[in-house]
Design a protein around this ligand. Structure first.
Ligand code: UD1
Length: 416
């Protein structure tokens, strides 16, 4: 079978409306959190993504029963038969590590493969581990696996050296069924954390302060089932806005929570693309004249690292020099080399990239090194002269639902 590729003929303006799917980064921890409950959970607006499929398989491997109909996912974790997430799964998706907290809390034991390095830098888990230990778990490494055991988790005061999204989620989930109260200090404030807390509270959990730096969790003995609708994907929405800006288009992006996109909207306006906010949608008008801006990625509410690659593409079209500084992940500039193949003028210097624009991008054969890098290349291809072939498409399938169809409906010349 020939390798899957996305083919784009550049030069079409995006116009019309694009709907945004449920958030990948919200739904993954939510599916995992269903492991905490002995009731039935129904999750609504679940996007059809490769990563969601992996989490589905991980839970089935633990003995949970899942059934999916369209955008609905029912999870029944009333009886679990295993507490192990295999190497194969964690390698496919690092977020599989998020079953550690729920398993430890519910079963008193978890054996989860230690995530290795990945394309965007080493991504350690020591903050997760330190937190579990503070709650009374004993942890050891065994043949590439993290083995955690406890005779009962106890609430603790935990300060995170860095506001890690995954550590905040894993510890919040574990604390839900711990004895007593837990306080997470310097917690991550991302909207996906708030969505997870709302889901857990819907099951009867007692979490306060999610969305701020201090989260308080009062442990409960048991959780029941619930129904929960996942928030829209702010990164998908931001990616479409950037695609519109890149092609000088005029686009309405539907199903968004504008508040979640504040830092992205602010930068797009600074670039010269006015954005009108409505209750559930954002309307962008781009006229092709773009001004270079500097960008520094930071934990929420700062500029998201998951939008850095797409903005680097945009800056190739803007007038002037843009300095893009990545502070969240090391080595998250793999797309720069591919963009250069398309004619971009980008210099890397440690954690910063200097993009000199405007460049006339040219279609080329390029490869997606990770999910967001893949989207950045598609955005580049939409505005490039001629035809581009984007390879390693499975990276893009991890996090964008129906991407080709959505862009095609907005006027792009794109196919698989
Ligand atoms: C989540 C998102 C990802 C996003 C990232 C930052 C999901 C499924 N993924 O990833 O899309 O890019 O947040 O917004 O939600 N770190 C440590 N020790 C730890 C944990 C993290 O040093 O124990 C470091 C990481 O190496 C990284 C930084 O903290 O440099 C951010 O990681 P983290 O916030 O944990 O990201 P993820 O939860 O993996």
């Amino acid at each position: 079978m020939p390798e899957d590729k996305i083919i784009v003929e550049g030069g079409r303006r995006l116009a019309g409306r694009i709907p945004v799917s449920g958030s990948k980064n919200a739904v993954l921890p939510i599916i995992s959190a269903a492991l905490l409950s002995s009731g039935q959970c129904r999750i609504i607006d679940v996007p059809d993504l490769a990563d969601v499929g992996v989490m589905h398989q991980v839970l089935e491997g633990l003995g949970a029963k899942l059934s999916r109909q369209g955008k609905l996912l029912d999870v029944d974790a009333s009886s679990l038969s295993s507490c192990e997430a295999s190497d194969e799964m964690v390698r496919k998706m690092r977020a599989s590590f998020l079953v550690m907290g729920p398993l430890l809390a519910r079963m008193g034991q978890a054996r989860v493969s230690l995530p290795g390095g990945c394309a965007i830098g080493t991504r350690p888990v020591e903050l997760h581990i330190k937190g579990f230990e503070a709650m009374g778990a004993s942890i050891r490494n065994e043949h590439g696996y993290v083995l955690a055991e406890t005779s009962g988790l106890k609430g603790a005061r935990i300060y995170l050296d860095f506001p890690s999204v995954g550590a905040t989620e894993n510890l919040m989930m574990a604390a839900t069924l711990a004895k007593g109260s837990t306080v997470l200090e310097n917690a991550a404030e991302e909207p996906e954390i708030v969505d997870l807390a709302n889901f857990i509270n819907g099951m009867g959990g007692r979490i306060r302060g999610a969305g701020t730096k201090i989260i308080k969790i009062d442990g409960v003995a048991e959780l029941s089932g619930c129904e929960h609708q996942v928030i829209p994907d702010r990164i998908e929405a931001g990616s479409f806005l950037v695609a519109a800006a890149m092609t000088g288009g005029e686009l309405t992006v539907d199903n968004v929570i504008p508040d979640h996109l504040k830092p992205v909207i602010a930068k797009l306006e600074e670039v010269g693309c006015p954005i009108d906010e409505e209750e559930n949608s954002l309307h962008i008008r781009a006229n092709g004249r773009l001004q270079a801006v500097d960008i520094k990625t930071l934990p929420y509410p700062g500029f998201p690292t998951d939008m850095q690659a797409q903005f680097m593409t945009l800056m190739t079209r803007a007038r002037g020099a843009s300095v893009i500084t990545e502070t969240v992940f090391e080595n998250r500039f793999m797309h720069a080399e591919e963009l250069r193949r398309m004619g971009a003028d980008i210099r890397l210097n440690g954690r910063s990239a200097v993009v000199e624009g405007p460049s006339n991008l040219q279609g080329a054969a390029v490869k997606a090194s990770d999910l967001r890098a893949g989207m950045a290349l598609i955005i580049a291809a939409l505005a490039a002269e001629g035809v581009s072939e984007i390879g390693n498409v499975n990276m893009i399938d991890r996090g964008y639902e129906n991407l080709v169809e959505k862009l095609k409906r907005a006027g792009a010349d794109i196919r698989r």
